[in-house]
Each structure stands twice: as C-alpha cells, then as structure tokens.
Design a binder for this molecule. Structure first.
Ligand SMILES: [Zn+2]
Length: 392
C-alpha cells in the first residue's frame, strides 16, 4: 500500500530535485482525476495510458510492459475515481526504487514526462503560489466563514461563536422609529463583531485574502466595518443569501473572483518585470540574463511560461557547485564538476532557487517573450544602487 500525501515538504522536494537517472527513466505524472460524471467515458485514463506508453517507447532495454513502475502508474491512473477533486502526482523510477505519490489540490491538467530528472516545476509553482481565501458570508444576524485554497472549500462557521450575542429578531407590526434605530444599531454591531473576528484571524495568518458574500444591499454596511488591512487584501464581494447558499454556489462565485485576481496579479508582475527590463532596472528577460541575475542573488521572483514538447529550451546545472549555463555543457566552467542537462530550463533554474527564498511563478495568462519564455523580477541590480533601481 502506497503512502499518499497531500502536502510535500521542502526536504522531500529537495530530495526529488537532487535525483538524477543516467538511464533517463525517471517518470513524472500529473493527472487530473476525472469527475465521477465523466467516469462513464474513461477518456482521460485512456489518453494518459497512450501518452505513457508513447513516452516510454524510447526507454532502453526492458519493454515497458515489464516495468513495474509503468504498470503501477497505469493501474493507479485507471482506478482513480474523482479523487476528491485532487490531482494525482507521481514521481517514479523503478530502476532506482523510487515511488512518490501525492494527491495534490489544484489543477495541473494531464502531463507525463520521462527523462533523467523529475518534473517539479508545476508542483513547486502551485505550492508556492497557493493563497488561502477566507470567504465571509454575512447577513443581518448571521455569519458563516469558509476557507478556499487551491480550489478546495471548507466551512469553518463554528469559529464565530454568536451564542453570547443577542440575536436580532424581526419585529411585528407597530414598528417605531426608536425600534428601527435599535435594530440598525444591532446590525451594525453584528458587522463590527464579524469584522473584528476577520481581522483577528488575518493577523494570526489564518488566511491571505478575503472575499465577502452578502446581499448587495448589505455590502456598504459590511464594507464600512472592515479594517484598512482587510480592505487591502479584499479580493471582492459577491451576491448571495448567506442563510441558504450551498458550498457549491459559494465556491463557484468565489473562485470566479480568485481567477480574476490571479489574472490581474500576473499582469502586474509581467508589467513590472518587462518595464524593469526595458529600463535596465528590476527586470531580467531571457535565460542568460536570468541565470546571471540568479547567480548574483538578485532574483525576487523567477517567472516562466510552460512550453509544449519540442519548444523547450534546455539549461545545464553543475551537480557539484550549482552553477548554471543556458546551454549544454559537459564540465562546469567554475569547478570542473559534471553538468546535468535539463530539457526544461525552468527545472534547472528551480533547483538553483529551491531553499533560497526566491519566489517562483508559472505564468498562466500572459506569455513571456520568445524564445525561452523565462524572466525574473529582481530585488536589486548589483551594478546599480537600489534607490536608483526603485526610482526607475
Ligand atoms: Zn561547478
């Protein structure tokens, strides 16, 4: 029985990153489990099987039918039923006795790579870029809290305990102005109470961004109670009836806001990087310039656009000192150590960045310039002063 984890630690990542097979038989699988409704068609497992067989056709020696890891991958993928919406990620190398299997939240599509190294870029980018969205649903006398992370939603409504608060009851006939005012004041106090809890959870790093769900006419009163720190991380609000909204409805509406925010964030990062590159400031574009910046310790965020087979740009990494080259090279120009050639340059760059507090980001919406589609947003430029760079 395989141990299936949903979280991968930095130690595990570093171990997988160091792995290298001279026989070029390391297999990386990213597989989106079909939704239960799609199971009748079974198209994706068949697609994945064909891809695996085709990719492994070039393996030396043993036929792939005899390889235990290939058989195990085919079985694992065929048996997936929904997988709770999680993707299956497998790194396997039968000849070296390696099998790592993860149920990762998020959407990676379907991808199979075979080569000397494992393909870690999609997983690392997804893990790093993952934000936790608190979804606060509020009406005049209720509040529900949910957490949305990597397209998974969970309800945490019990964290706001309102038992000690006087519930607001609808008044019958004979309303007076005084009673109306009292009701309004109670509603305002309720929103203050909710907003204070949201701030408390944010300050304790329970989430990164906020989304509010409420009736449209309630929004101004709720917004007015939000602390400036919460307004800063507010991704938006959507219309719903907090009392009856289902998790599916909430997730769909919140995810739409998250997607818009991701797109805008990526666009900003792109503009900063390309603008910085154009003015010779805090942007580096192209493999050689990015390698130069990485080795000078200038990189804040490493960016790449994933490329289809045949369009990849390769890079070499010294297995001894970590030196990078944007081309194939046998021996390291710095230490004489053996260079490893990575078919996807970002895999080599990532291995240099891992554990060095450099952010990594796969660009999904905007394409970086050809031919290698690799860039970096920098912290500083070693040859110019930081104030000068920041001013530009
Ligand atoms: Zn070296």
């Amino acid at each position: 029985m395989a141990i299936v984890n949903s979280k991968i630690t930095l130690d595990e990542l570093q171990e997988l990153a160091r792995f290298w097979s001279e026989d070029r038989d390391a297999i990386s699988v990213y597989f989106k489990a079909p939704a239960p409704s799609e199971l009748a068609h079974r198209e994706e497992p068949i697609f994945a099987k064909d891809q695996i067989k085709q990719k492994l056709g070039s393996l030396k020696g043993m036929s792939h039918a005899d390889r235990e890891d290939v058989q195990r991958i085919l079985e694992t993928v065929s048996e997936l039923k929904g997988n709770n919406g999680r993707a299956k990620v497998i790194f396997a190398c039968w000849s070296k006795g390696i099998w790592r299997e993860y149920d990762a939240p998020g959407d990676f599509g379907c991808r199979i790579d075979v080569g000397p190294n494992f393909s870690l870029a999609p997983l690392i980018a997804q893990q790093q870029g993952r934000r936790r969205y608190c979804i606060a649903l509020a009406d005049r006398n209720r509040a529900r809290l949910l957490l949305l992370e990597a397209r998974e939603i969970t309800e945490h409504s019990q964290v706001i305990d309102e038992d000690d608060k006087e519930k607001i009851r609808t008044t019958g006939t004979g309303k007076s102005v005084h009673l109306e005012r009292k009701k309004d004041e109670q509603v305002r106090r309720h929103f203050t109470f909710v907003a204070e809890h949201l701030l408390h959870f944010y300050e304790h790093k329970d989430y990164d961004c906020l989304i509010v769900g409420c009736r449209d006419d309630m929004w101004p009163a709720i917004e007015a109670e939000l602390h400036p720190d919460l307004k800063r991380v507010l991704a938006g609000h959507f219309h719903c009836d907090p009392g009856i909204a289902s998790c599916e409805e909430i997730q769909e509406k919140a995810q739409a806001l998250v997607d818009v925010r991701d797109r805008v964030d990526e666009q900003k990062l792109m503009e900063r990087t390309m603008g910085g590159f154009a003015s010779n400031a805090l942007g580096a574009v192209g493999i050689n310039e990015v390698i130069d910046a990485l080795e000078k310790g200038e990189v804040r965020t490493l960016l790449w656009t994933s490329k289809p087979d045949g369009e990849q740009h390769s890079a070499s990494l010294c297995e001894h000192c970590g030196h990078l080259e944007g081309k194939e090279l046998n021996a390291c120009t710095l230490c004489g150590g053996k260079m490893r050639l990575y078919q996807n340059a970002e895999e080599a760059l990532l291995r240099h960045a891992l554990g060095r507090s450099i952010e990594v980001r796969e660009m999904h919406y905007s394409k970086l310039p050809m031919p290698d589609r690799i860039a970096a947003w920098l912290r500083f430029r070693a040859e110019i002063s930081t104030p000068q760079a920041l001013a530009s």
